[in-house]
Design a protein around this ligand. Structure first.
Ligand SMILES: Cc1cc2nc3c(=O)[nH]c(=O)nc-3n(C[C@H](O)[C@H](O)[C@H](O)COP(=O)(O)OP(=O)(O)OC[C@H]3O[C@@H](n4cnc5c(N)ncnc54)[C@H](O)[C@@H]3O)c2cc1C
Ligand code: SF4
Length: 322
């Protein structure tokens, strides 16, 4: 790993002018340090955010749940408040990585996690790293996207953001021009020619907090993995909505690990909104969830997985366990 300088952040105002292409913010380090070790990123300076107590909090206010960017996935998983009112978020945090990693991994860093594609993490100058083609398209693509959204077919790897989208959460960001707020659903976007990342954070901006509006909706997060625990999602689904008498009103359904960004299933939401969730309707919803998917050579399995996960999520949310 290339030598670098370590700077402890003194305040948010002190940190912003320090950030650029060569100086990256460091939170839990569970993604940034491996990327540096693998030689994918080689910053000259790391600005350690952990001394910033004003980025580390979890509290409810009039407008909802406020989560400081340095809040760890473990703290989200263990919070009685999150478990009781924002179940999908607690379940997504719980499903991510191992207990040791969840202790270090922050929600801010999780939103910015780089793709897990083995070409990206290995010695290949693929499109996402500035090259001119994507070797995964015709190579080893078992874990890759089934929606074709950009020249890159890597999936967005983080669990909590799909839950945050179903809960309509926003991200607060501070940069040289002041503060701004953006919905998680808009913050995450497929990469393009000039912008080869899957998020909208500038190089000199910081995520300060994530705000989840108050909700009376019930929600959940399901994740299919290739082993029982501590693995990335093959496919995941987050569902939220008002549940009563076998119906879900104002449903929000988001699939993870199928595209460059979590995918909201608007047509499925419209199909089931306020309808009695009979077996037949649940089956139809699962089938509709896979419309538009275009699997690569080695990831056809994601279609039945997505179909069944959506069906299971609807049954679980309405208490119709099979
Ligand atoms: C073995 C393993 C298994 C894993 N499994 C899962 C899994 O199943 N599901 C899952 O969701 N994740 C998984 N992860 C990923 C893990 O959750 C992320 O690495 C972690 O959440 C990143 O948070 P961090 O605080 O460590 O970020 P860091 O590694 O410190 O930073 C990540 C990126 O975010 C930037 N950054 C961090 N905080 C801020 C901020 N406040 N403002 C601006 N930029 C910031 C950094 O500069 C860097 O670019 C796994 C990781 C490992 C190593
Ligand atoms: S899927 Fe994306 S990250 Fe992977 S090789 Fe292709 S361009 Fe690179």
């Amino acid at each position: 790993m290339k030598n670098f300088t370590h700077i402890d952040a003194q305040s948010i105002e002190h940190t912003i002018p320090l950030l650029d292409y060569y100086a990256r913010p460091l939170a839990g380090g569970t993604d940034l340090i491996p990327l540096m070790r693998e030689g994918v990123w080689q910053p000259d300076r790391l600005v350690n955010l952990k001394p910033l107590a004003d980025l580390h909090f979890l509290r409810e206010a009039g407008d909802g749940l406020h989560i400081g960017a340095l809040t760890t996935l473990d703290e989200l998983d263990r919070s009685p408040l999150v478990r009781e009112r924002y179940q999908a978020l607690a379940e997504a945090a719980h499903s991510a990585a191992s207990p040791q990693l969840r202790n270090m991994a922050t929600l801010g860093g999780n939103l910015l996690q780089q793709v897990r594609c083995w070409y990206y993490r290995g010695p290949f100058n693929c499109w996402m790293k500035g090259g001119d083609h994507c070797p995964a398209r015709s190579g080893e693509n078992e874990h890759h996207a089934v929606f074709d959204q950009s020249p890159c077919v890597a999936v967005y790897p983080s669990d909590p953001p799909a839950a945050l989208i179903t809960l309509d959460a926003s991200i607060r960001i501070v940069g040289p021009d002041g503060a701004r707020s953006v919905k998680v659903a808009d913050f995450l976007a497929p990469p393009d020619e000039l912008h080869r990342v899957m998020h909208g954070l500038g190089l000199n901006e910081l995520i300060t907090e994530i705000v989840v509006p108050h909700t009376t909706a019930r929600s959940l997060y399901l994740k299919a993995m290739d082993r029982a625990v501590w693995a990335y999602a093959l496919v995941s689904v987050a569902v939220a909505g008002e549940v009563a008498n076998g119906t879900i009103t104002n449903p929000r359904i988001v699939l993870g690990a199928v595209a460059n960004v979590p995918v909201r299933l608007g047509a499925v939401e419209a199909l089931i909104d306020g309808q009695l969730l009979t077996d037949e309707l649940i089956k139809e919803a699962g089938t509709m969830a896979t419309h538009g998917m275009e699997p690569l050579a080695h990831n056809h399995y994601k279609l039945p997985l997505a179909r069944n996960l959506v069906r299971q999520a609807l049954r679980d949310l309405t208490g119709q366990r099979m």
